[in-house]
Design a protein around this ligand. Sequence first.
Ligand SMILES: [Zn+2]
Length: 234
Amino acid sequence: MSLLPGIFSGARHLLFPRLCCGCQRPMLPEEKLVCFICARQLSPTGFHHVPLNEAALRITGRFPMERATAFCYFAHGGLIQHLLHQIKYRRRADLAFELGAAMGTALAEAGFLKGIDALVPVPLHFRKEWKRGYNQSERIAAGVEKATGVPVMAHLLQRTRHTESQTTKTAAERALNVKDAFRVRRQAGFSGKHLLLLDDVLTTGATLEACATAILRDIPHSRVSIATAALASG
Ligand SMILES: [Zn+2]
């Protein structure tokens, strides 16, 4: 009996091959996010091995932070941009999960998750989440949880107001746009915990700063670290 699920998943693979998001060719069962050839174009940063990295330097000094990393470099026209576009606008929540799993594996191997008690995805406003069907940061966090066993606390933070898109704003406008846009919904049991804030892209860090500020203000003795799937040019 225990063979049956394997046989079914094998047959399913033959009948409905999953296509690589990068090159559209059928993927092998062991290929997860993209095929092995496309995976070479993902440009991993390796930041989680280096405490003083570009992601950490971009946000350091703005709020008390333990450590920060970004998994891949974001290049315009590159594969990670394509993946994030599919995730945000083409309902590919599965890709967000696999991206999170790949990221979680890399972070765990580097020891970056040592002492982290829980993963906290940056929340979307409920209207935006309803429109998209899911919160991409929460799906990335679910992938990290699957790969590492560190639990996701998806509803610890709440976005209390809808904010305009950050994409065309300057750094100062971005900071003002998201200031006080988040609150901690549930503090009980999180006092003294080390929380890893997760988001899809780090640009100026304004959103992450607003989230971290809410956590550090509302949860006594909490500590915050940061991880994003991609680092955009700030
Ligand atoms: Zn491919």
